[in-house]
Write a protein that binds this ligand. Structure first.
Ligand code: HEM
Length: 425
């Protein structure tokens, strides 16, 4: 049977060996022969999934995870220069967040919080074990004084993330299993996230901080996006109380960005310079969740149209320049709402969200100025800090700005777009 055959093929892939291989020297140095094995297994998995629609549940779940893990190796085998999805293994994280299927909203948000906590715990444990001298991976340029300060700041983010003061407990998910099935079928999907998302290109200590900050931010962006999207739907039907609740949720996620990036800034620019080249063309400009979050809060930004269109990961998002698309700003700024009950509360909460996101954009712009040499282009193909400077001050409640529509983008608009909830997330 074909099912037995693909099970055997999946069992031949030793997850523990793969992770050790990637982390010992840095992922950029994985032997090409090993990468070829992973890349051809990816092709077999994709083909099998396309041809066999009905399979046992455990196999279905394992194939889904296998495809997401192996996607990155397949990509890197064919394009040695990483891009954001392969570099960050973001498809494993979105699988754990269940960002590929519809679920009850409270479950979506508690899932996001759970993942944020897990990733913070993992990062703090990594730093603490490094201080104690028992962490063996990613120890190049490990500076104890910096790490002590970083742990303190990360614990502050953790306390804010759990929403109440809680004694910090070190989390340990155990060694990675050898078997893909064990990883895929684990309830909570924690081991897959812990072991298969932080695979740095180099053995530089601070590249783990860089990757983990990206993963935590992605969970935050997903929380904000889903909460904003729901608030917009509530507002379309005049459900202002529910909209306020959703915007509160979005604001509480957004409020984590500032302390998270304060901790991130403990990384000295010289440490970043040691691994920046190894990140290739990876840039969070290629993050669909971030760009969608911006589009749903503010609408399509004129200054970003060209960059989004030139970035394959986001080019279909230009469809949101459709004049009928409703985003938070268009509802708040353009609709005559003075007499609708509860509207002032909606505006007040939207202002709080606006403020939290603006604060993050300011901090991030500062990072781009401080960490990059002057006039250097961004890894994502933009002109770097000037790209960010052109729009970081744009806000949700800015009445003077108009969003471009299809005609204004002046480009051949894409015909199909991937929805927010998609199996390709
Ligand atoms: C030293 C660290 C960092 C530097 C120097 C930096 C620099 C930049 C630059 C120059 C861009 C412009 C796009 C391009 O790459 O061409 C950018 C975009 C972006 N970065 Fe960073 N970044 C850093 C860390 C991070 C981290 C940890 C995150 C967390 C997710 C992040 C999130 C973003 C996002 C979401 C964008 C897209 C902004 C937009 O399109 O409006 N960055 N970054």
């Amino acid at each position: 049977m074909r099912e037995d055959w693909i099970r055997d093929r999946l069992r031949e892939f030793n997850v523990r060996h793969y992770i050790e291989n990637a982390r010992t020297q840095g992922r950029a140095r994985i032997e090409i022969a090993d990468r070829r094995v992973a890349a051809s297994l990816y092709e077999e998995v994709v083909k099998f999934r396309r041809e066999e629609v009905f399979v046992s549940k455990d196999l279905f779940i394992t194939l889904e995870l296998a495809e997401r893990i192996l996607f990155s190796e397949h990509f890197l085998f064919n394009n040695p220069v990483p891009r954001y999805p392969a570099y960050t293994n973001i498809r494993v994280l979105t699988w754990a967040l269940e960002a590929n299927r519809r679920g009850p909203l409270n479950a979506v948000w508690s899932h996001c919080r759970q993942m944020i906590r897990l990733l913070l715990q993992d990062l703090i444990s990594f730093e603490v074990w490094s201080l104690a001298g028992i962490e063996s991976w990613q120890q190049a340029n490990c500076n104890a004084q910096i790490i002590r300060e970083r742990v303190k700041l990360l614990q502050e983010v953790y306390v804010q993330a759990v929403n109440y003061v809680e004694q910090f407990a070190h989390h340990y998910v155990g060694e990675p299993p050898e078997d893909l099935f064990a990883l895929a079928l684990e309830e909570g999907r924690e081991a897959a996230v812990i072991h298969l998302t932080a695979l740095p290109q180099t053995n530089q200590h601070d590249e783990v901080l860089f990757l983990r900050t990206i993963h935590i931010s992605e969970c935050i962006f997903w929380g904000i996006l889903t909460a904003t999207y729901t608030a917009i739907e509530c507002l379309k039907y005049g459900l202002t109380d529910s909209a306020v609740t959703c915007l509160c949720e979005a604001t509480s996620f957004a409020g984590l960005l500032k302390p998270l990036f304060q901790a991130f800034k403990t990384m000295p620019p010289e440490h970043f310079a040691e691994f920046r080249d190894a990140t290739g063309e990876a840039s969070a400009i290629q993050s669909r969740t971030y760009q969608l979050m911006q589009i749903f809060t503010q609408g399509m930004d004129e200054k970003k149209v060209k960059n989004l269109a030139d970035t394959p990961e986001t080019s279909d998002l230009l469809l949101y320049a459709h004049p009928a698309f409703v985003h938070l700003r268009s509802i708040l700024v353009e609709v005559e709402t003075e007499r609708i009950a509860g509207w002032q509360d909606v505006k007040t909460q939207a202002e709080a969200l606006d403020h939290a996101l603006y604060t993050w954009r300011c901090i991030h712009y500062g990072i781009a100025l401080n960490y990059l040499p002057p006039a250097i282009p961004g890894t994502g193909g933009s002109n770097g800090a000037p790209y960010l400077a052109a729009h970081f001050k744009h806000k949700i409640l800015d009445e003077s700005r108009h969003c471009p529509t299809w005609a204004l983008t002046g480009r051949n608009s894409p015909i199909t777009a991937r929805p927010i909830l998609s199996q390709f997330n």
